[in-house]
Design a protein. Sequence first.
Length: 149
Amino acid sequence: MVLLRRVIGDALRARRQGQHRTLREVSSAANVSLGYLSEIERGQKEASSELLAAICDALGARLSELLREVSDTVALAEQLPGVLVPVAGEPVDSTPVAPPAVRKATNRSVRQVASDGSVAVQVRQDSPLKATLRSTRVRPADRDVVCAA
């Protein structure tokens, strides 16, 4: 199951980090506390539509763009069977993405599943009931690479 608040938080964090801005800068511009914005980005809090609009405005993005990105990520997760829950009979770690030393240190399995040439999906199994989905969409050369989870 994909948690919408985590996907929204990851999309907001990716946009903020893509602009090389700090939590403090964005929280001040959006008139929200730094701690609350951090919790939203980590997927621990559900943001209201008004708060999402204020954060998007602070990031110079349209709310519809953010929601479209989140919708695409969720749709992609729904189309890939076994992405978030290991399928019986298949190994959990089908294609390692991180180097072995990193995987051992974090004790998490990471695998990459690609749906087509323009979208790559990485899945990190944090625990049996918790997985992190990160999709990367490569846009044309005149645009930035957008990462969301």
